[in-house]
Design a binder for this molecule. Structure first.
Ligand code: ATP
Ligand code: MG
Length: 136
């Protein structure tokens, strides 16, 4: 069954949005297969966002991701990658529709609360990176 890697970013954790976000994915009908609270080091965050390493905002993005603990999750279900991205909303919260997580809880692109895998291939890579111990 299809899986996606979903991460609540440091601002989402600090603002107390963990329960709300998990609830939205659960109520949609997806299954939580793995979850952990952890802080990551710079080199790890750089690996996670390696595809963006040439972008001007990359250093600020890495600073953001390592600024506090994150909640790393694996969610499973039919079309979870694409549907998860819809639940999350557009990258820039100014463009995210109300009713999406970013549309409801974010204003700044650099503090957009949550990450979701953008393809099935990215999901495999990200799950392997974040859950090297495997999931139940
Ligand atoms: P994520 O990968 O975090 O789920 P995304 O897939 O919607 O987000 P990406 O293009 O992968 O968007 O960018 C990763 C993250 O980098 C964004 O979520 C945002 O925090 C940051 N980012 C992207 N573009 C910009 C930008 N132009 N200026 C500042 N930050 C940006
Ligand atoms: Mg992305």
């Amino acid at each position: 069954m299809e899986q996606s890697f979903i991460m609540i970013k440091p601002d989402g954790v600090q603002r107390g949005l963990v329960g709300e976000i998990i609830s939205r994915f659960e109520k949609k009908g997806f299954y939580l297969k793995g979850v952990k609270l952890l802080s990551v080091e710079r080199s790890f965050a750089e690996k996670h966002y390696a595809d963006l390493s040439a972008r001007p905002f990359f250093p600020a993005l890495v600073d953001y991701i390592i600024s506090g603990p994150v909640v790393a999750m694996v969610w499973e279900g039919k079309n979870v990658v694409l549907t998860g991205r819809k639940i999350i909303g557009a990258t820039n919260p100014s463009d995210s529709a109300p009713g999406t997580i970013r549309g409801d809880f974010a204003i700044e692109m650099g503090r957009n609360v949550i990450h979701g895998s953008d393809s099935i291939e990215s999901a495999w890579k990200e799950i392997a990176l974040w859950f090297p111990e495997g999931i139940a």
